[in-house]
Design a protein around this ligand. Structure first.
Ligand code: 3PG
Length: 473
């Protein structure tokens, strides 16, 4: 079943270690084999018709090979493709995106086209430096290497609108209450009511005062996102010259080349990079889309140090199994292949350091224990509303969040800890408590025979089945 005169299906093909493997969900107006041929052609060497310039050498060396199809209906299914290493430029992520995440989405015979995963060969990974600091580096700086407690932070709210002085006052209370991190929101950079430099200088000054008072190291993730790269670099240099340690980037919005440039500059300046993923969901949630985990792999590869990945218990999409999978992409060296999650797995090259996952979006102190059941302790738990909405205000909200993290470090349930810690108790009274056993039950369900049930559901329902598992478990 050829497309444009050539066939890309080769079920006998055994992928090589150096191949890039891509997993697609396809549905459309033609048998799935034909859809797969179209995608393989458009994303590698072919076009809609036979061409006189297609040398047999080109087709043999550089084409994508469809080595497995798992049909769900006649016209839909999961398609596994292998792309030869030589198909892609060295260290040019955008050329890879233009191929496997590019033109194919526009093919008119497709009704669904979702790229579930891209597996990156070690040889490719070796061209990148990965994070400069990652989990170990940030923990060392904050002083939590021994305690291994989750880091806690806040996003100053309202998202925009405060003056630099008001912003710095909120930051002061948040740090004084015990938070490790204060950050700008994704849509705050340099508005007239809160110019970046004025805000930054005031917050830097506040940070010095709080560190002197508390004896703890604090971080401020200042959003330097801008359409003008020179301006971003000027801000980064100002951060370095002020002796501060972190910059924040809206990584999806900025695009990979800008992120790579700024990460390089940050690495030279010994600054950590906090990555906000705003905008990712435009790709991740549709029937034509790209899974967030793919972006996440590239962001770890190019070297951000901590990254928003969702929570599993808060306001953003994604249930426990999916967010745990994203967490593993951030922290682990070996991520398992799980068909029912759309995961091909991954093995990171040993020099690509683990990064901190950031659990953010609708968090509050009563959700910390459940979030830790999903992410583990190598996580930054961030709450905006869940700190500044505390009945006692920002200072009490910050105390409550830190108390929850301290409880985890001491091996005590925050629910129990709340009996002797008023701020935490008030937070739980306000927003309730998410029982971590509800999360643990989902992981227990995943195990053993239940795994087969999940696979069966995906084989019956295709992408809809995977989405149900992503959301409900
Ligand atoms: C984020 O940056 O993740 C959000 O601003 C989180 O805000 P929230 O804690 O109030 O949901």
């Amino acid at each position: 079943m050829a497309y444009g005169g050539y066939s890309y299906i080769d079920k006998k093909y055994e992928p090589k270690d150096d191949d890039f493997i891509v997993l697609f969900w396809l549905d459309g107006h033609a048998p799935v084999e034909k859809l797969a041929e179209a995608v393989a052609s458009e994303s590698s060497v072919g076009t809609w018709t036979k061409i006189s310039t297609m040398k047999s050498k080109v087709f043999r060396l550089y084409r994508a090979r469809i080595f497995k199809i798992i049909k769900v209906t006649k016209d839909s299914g999961f398609v596994y493709m292998a792309y030869p290493y030589e198909h892609f430029d060295d260290k040019n992520v955008m050329q890879l995106f233009a191929g496997v995440l590019g033109n194919l989405f526009g093919l008119k015979e497709l009704e669904d086209c979702y790229v579930l995963d891209v597996k990156l060969p070690e040889r490719y990974q070796r061209q990148f430096k990965g994070p400069g600091a990652g989990i170990k580096g940030i923990r060392r700086y904050v002083g939590t290497t021994k305690s291994k407690r989750p880091h806690v932070g806040t996003i100053v709210k309202p998202k925009v609108g405060l003056t630099p002085k008001e912003f710095a006052d909120v930051a002061y209370k948040a740090w004084l209450g015990g938070l490790d991190l204060v950050k700008d929101d994704e849509n705050l950079v340099d508005q007239k009511f809160c110019p970046w430099k004025d805000r930054f200088d005031r917050v830097a000054n506040t940070l010095d005062r709080v560190e002197a008072k508390t004896g703890e190291k604090k971080l401020y993730a200042t959003n330097i996102t801008d359409s003008n790269i020179e301006r971003m670099i000027e801000r980064l240099e100002h951060v370095k010259d002020s002796g501060m340690k972190m910059v924040m980037l809206d990584v999806f919005i900025l695009g990979t080349p800008t992120v790579m440039k700024i990460v390089d500059e940050a690495r030279k300046a010994k600054l950590f990079v906090h990555a906000h993923r705003a905008g990712y969901a435009a790709h991740h949630r549709g029937n034509f889309g790209i899974n967030f985990g793919i972006y996440e792999k590239f962001w770890r590869l190019v070297g951000v140090d901590q990254l928003h990945i969702g929570t599993g218990v808060g306001k953003m999409e994604g249930g426990a199994l999916l967010i745990n999978h994203f967490h593993r992409i951030a922290e682990d060296y070996h991520i398992p292949e799980k068909f029912y999650l759309g995961s091909l797995g991954e093995t990171w090259w040993k020099k690509i350091k683990p990064i901190l996952s950031v659990a953010s979006g609708g968090m509050d102190p009563g959700k910390v224990e459940a979030a830790v059941a999903i992410h583990g302790k190598n996580v930054v738990i961030q709450a905006g509303g869940g700190v500044h909405g505390h009945p006692g205000g920002t200072l009490a909200g910050a105390r409550a969040l830190r108390q929850a993290a301290d409880a985890i470090a001491e091996g005590i349930s925050p629910a129990k800890y709340a009996k002797t810690h008023k701020e935490l108790r008030d937070a739980i009274k306000t927003w309730g408590y998410v029982d971590p056993d509800t999360v643990k039950a989902k992981f227990a369900f995943e195990k053993g025979m239940k795994r087969k049930m999940l696979e069966w559901m995906v084989l019956k329902k295709g992408l809809k089945g995977i989405r149900a598992i992503w959301e409900e478990l």
